[in-house]
Design a protein around this ligand. Structure first.
Ligand code: NAP
Length: 483
């Protein structure tokens, strides 16, 4: 399997306290492009997850006490190793997740970019001094790491969703235990091997693997030694995990689902809008939380935009992510395809029209045709739920006010995009959208320097940027008297 230049990156056991934990009980990881088993991975029980939390707790005092520059150097070494092994990490990622190799390598560089960013930020954890209420007092604020951090991550970005969290946690001085999605644990385990090679001490970065997400999640959210829990995944699961954390009053951050509006105004550069939409919508076959999910097009440019978009969609190539020139890989599972198909069928039954695509290709069920739907309306399920597939539902609108109102008419608030040239409109719309991130004349917005996160039921907390450390730090106020 895998065809790696460095086959020792193909790890199949959990990584706890610097050791590979080989269990008799195992679960299979399959390549969605051909259904073949890639690896049989150790299945951790709740006991082993507790061992990982204990190991992280033991490692915490020494890791937290290291000078920031030392933690930074270790993170930097990890970043360098990830980049040196970008090709192999990409191959692992494409084979377990399905996305085209160029995209997979892009994700590795994106994930590694967060490790590099937080290696730098580790040295800039500043406190404050505050003018006191009287001359005999001095008020000081320091920041300290929260302690043991646990995480659960999804399958759509098997590298980056871990890197974004772990890098910030480790930079802050926290220790870390992650449960990757059971479809895609191999990227996480390869990252653990590289963390080991980088010299990150035992117990600081741990990976627990398994299919019993409920049992593992219970330990990660309820163990008394866990001080902070961070989750990326669906809103439904996120809500249940928030409730589990409530018992121990854990610090929590949540990166949940999205329903991104993509608005094309009649003063937009339509070619740029088409390019931005293709980038935003079809990356990872439409399986991203920040994917354009509803495409609002102003009446005057609807026919021209639809025509240009049709031509661009026809250029996309569906296939095995390892094959040259493929831009859309398979969807992750049959149930994912069923959900996408159901949303399309329901929209058509309510009056939408299929302009291109609409079903799986003859390469197999998981390979779904890039699809364009016209005459969709905002109340249809396809416009209210995350599609998580390569489908563009177009919704016409008339006024700017209507576009903002339609865009905000959802329980989600992660990413939004719009294309317009009028400067007044740009400000009005940017400020009017209830979203954590807004792309203005831009379809690809995420990078390590920017705060990633949502509003409303898309979650809370920010990853990346100068704000990304805040979720892993406690603010402590010191009042010195008698001066
Ligand atoms: P999911 O079903 O919520 O699964 C995410 C993770 O949670 C997986 O590791 C899964 O484990 C685990 N899990 C599932 N049920 C659990 C439970 N009862 N207790 C504890 N853990 C549980 O989401 P997904 O389908 O993998 O990922 C897609 C979702 O993630 C979408 O909604 C997408 O928008 C969201 N997402 C958000 C962001 C963001 O930054 N806001 C980024 C990427 C993705 P198993 O794999 O073992 O089931």
């Amino acid at each position: 399997m895998l065809g790696l230049m460095d086959p020792t990156l193909a790890k199949v056991d959990a990584f706890v306290d610097g050791q590979w934990l080989n269990r008799d009980k195992r679960f299979s990881v399959r390549n969605p492009a051909n259904g073949k088993v890639l690896a049989d991975v150790s299945e951790c029980s709740a006991e082993e997850v507790k061992m990982a939390v204990d190991a992280a707790h033991r490692a915490f005092p020494e890791w937290a006490a290291k000078p920031a520059a030392e933690r930074a150097n270790l993170l930097y070494a990890w970043y360098k190793l990830m980049m040196n092994h970008q090709e192999d990490l990409g191959l692992i990622l494409t084979q377990e997740q399905g996305k085209p190799l160029a995209e997979a390598k892009g994700e590795v560089a994106y994930g590694a970019g967060f490790v590099q960013w937080f290696a730098e930020e580790a040295k800039r954890i500043y406190g404050d001094t505050i003018p006191g209420p009287s001359n005999d007092k001095r008020l000081v604020v320091i920041k300290q790491p929260v302690g043991v951090v646990t995480a659960i991550t999804p399958w759509n970005f098997p590298n980056a969703m871990i890197a974004r969290k772990a890098a910030a946690a480790l930079a802050a001085g926290c220790t870390f235990v992650v449960k990757p999605a059971s479809e895609t644990p191999l990227s996480a385990l390869a990252m653990a091997e590289l963390a080991r090679r980088a010299g990150i001490p035992p117990g600081v970065f741990n990976v627990v693997t398994g299919k019993d997400a409920k049992a593992i999640g219970k330990v990660l959210t309820e163990h008394p030694l866990v001080r902070k829990f961070t989750f990326t995944g669906s809103t439904g699961v996120g809500k249940a995990l928030i409730a589990q954390c409530a018992g121990g009053v854990k610090k929590v951050s949540m990166e949940l689902g999205g329903n991104a509006p993509f608005i094309v105004f009649d003063d937009a550069d339509l070619d740029a809008a088409v390019k931005g939409l293709i980038a935003s919508k079809f990356r990872n076959a439409g399986q991203t939380c920040v994917c354009a999910n509803r495409i609002f097009v102003q009446q005057g440019v609807y026919p021209e935009f639809s025509e240009k978009l049709t031509s661009a969609i026809k250029e996309l190539k569906v296939g095995n992510g390892l094959d040259e020139g493929v831009t859309i890989g398979p969807l992750i599972s049959e149930s994912a395809v069923d959900k996408v198909q159901e949303l399309i069928n329901e929209s058509v039954s309510q009056g939408a029209r299929i302009l291109i695509g609409g079903k799986s290709t003859d390469m197999g069920k998981l390979f779904f045709e890039p699809t364009l739907l016209g005459l969709v309306s905002n109340h249809m399920p396809i416009a209210q739920e995350e599609i998580f597939g390569p489908v563009v539902p177009m919704i016409p609108f008339v006024t700017e006010k209507e576009a903002i109102q339609l865009a905000n008419d959802t329980e989600f608030g992660l990413a939004a995009y719009f294309y317009a040239r009028d400067i007044g409109r740009v400000w009005r719309v940017a400020e009017g959208l209830d979203y954590g991130m807004v792309g203005i004349n831009e379809g690809a917005i995420s990078n390590p320097a920017a705060p990633f996160g949502g509003m409303k039921q898309s979650g809370f907390g920010r990853e990346g940027s100068k704000y990304g450390l805040d979720d892993y730090m406690e603010i402590k106020y010191l009042c010195m008297g008698g001066i």
